[in-house]
Write a new protein. Structure first.
Length: 345
């Protein structure tokens, strides 16, 4: 198993690393995920790869060097690494030296490209867990926005999934008045490492959907580890789908990625409006998590209630079971049971 680490991150999970179109052919990008410096790149043949951004020689960030489309050269002493992380050249070594390039490699990470998203497997140790089942009706990625939340993964995930903050935090003069709450009844069922909210009519106080998709929209939503929310909302003509993923940078910063798909006709103007709204939403949530973070400096205590905070409790339970599964190699069991939940939001 992996080395024990003093952090709060789930391992043996597929995390969202980037949007596919952020990584162009022949280019690399440097990221920090779960506190590890990582390079994600696409070779000149178009093959996606990911290796550690730490030169094994003296620790220089390899991404500060050069990438010629097939190898990365460290800027400090010119050691070269191929896309699987193998060292191919140590310029200072003579033929008779015992240490040669092929003795050395940097860590590489499994990747998957799906729905216009680059997913990375953290941490590879022996078996790679299966990729989560995410319904995708050949959705073509329309829009991608992201924001760094100044908080740990737990505050980001629970802050986004919390169902009762919408009518206080996400209000708008056009479609949602402050404190305008309606009764909600949702059927929640377990899925592999999360839960889904069964198909339900979109609430009459979420007018944005009606403006966008037309009448009688229905949503189905799923949440699963390590911090992913997936939604598909449809009317008889149109759909909108959103995938929100929280990926820890480190213990105090989390990237929130939001990917959007839809088939409503409309060109750049529609895209522009939706982008503005999405950024606005993320900014509102990013602000709300800071309110909690500030208060938690003084007390970590929380008073989670039924049923509005049920999903927050589930997230923590799932996380605990998954950590146990990773450290003790026990079988993973999903603690969630089918539930009918009611709340006002
Ligand atoms: S630090 Fe990278 S080659 Fe020396
Ligand atoms: Fe929110």
């Amino acid at each position: 198993m992996h080395k024990s680490k003093q952090d709060n991150f789930l391992r043996n999970q597929w995390y969202v690393a980037a949007s596919s179109n952020e990584i162009e052919t022949g280019c690399i990008k440097s990221l920090v995920i779960l506190g590890e410096p990582i390079i994600i790149g696409r070779s000149k043949q178009g093959e996606l790869f990911s290796i550690s951004d730490n030169c094994p020689h003296r620790g220089t960030l390899l991404s500060l060097g050069t990438f010629d489309g097939s190898e990365i050269e460290c800027p400090y002493h010119g050691w070269r690494f191929n896309t699987s992380g193998k060292c191919t050249l140590i310029p200072s070594q003579m033929k008779n030296h015992t240490q040669q390039a092929n003795d050395i490699e940097v860590k590489s990470y499994p990747l998957k490209e799906y729905m216009g998203i680059i997913w990375i497997y953290m941490d590879y140790n022996k078996n790679v867990e299966p990729f989560p089942k995410i319904e995708n009706k050949n959705f073509f990625l329309k829009l991608y926005v992201k924001k760094t939340f100044d908080c740990n993964i737990d505050l980001a995930v629970t802050g986004l999934m919390d169902p009762a903050h919408g009518s206080f935090v996400h209000t708008s003069s056009i479609w949602r008045k402050k404190r305008d709450t309606r009764e909600k009844k949702k059927i929640l069922k377990p899925i592999r490492n999360g839960w889904k909210i069964e198909t339900h009519k979109v609430s009459s106080n979420s007018k944005a959907y009606r403006l966008f998709l037309g009448s009688e929209p229905e949503s189905k939503i799923s949440y699963f580890l390590p911090g992913i929310r997936h939604e598909i909302t449809t009317t008889n003509k149109y759909f909108y789908s959103g995938l929100t993923a929280c990926t820890p940078i480190d213990n105090s910063k989390t990237t929130v990625h939001h990917f959007m798909y839809w088939n409503v006709p409309g060109g750049v103007f529609l895209k522009f409006i939706i982008k503005k709204l999405a950024i606005n939403f993320l900014n509102q949530d990013a602000k709300a998590v800071i309110w909690m973070k500030e208060g938690k400096k003084y007390s970590k205590r929380e008073f989670l209630i039924d049923d509005a905070d049920l999903q927050i409790k589930w997230y923590y339970k799932l996380k605990k079971n998954w950590s146990r599964y990773c450290s003790d190699n026990d079988k993973f069991t999903n603690p969630i049971k089918e539930t009918v939940a009611r709340w006002k939001s």
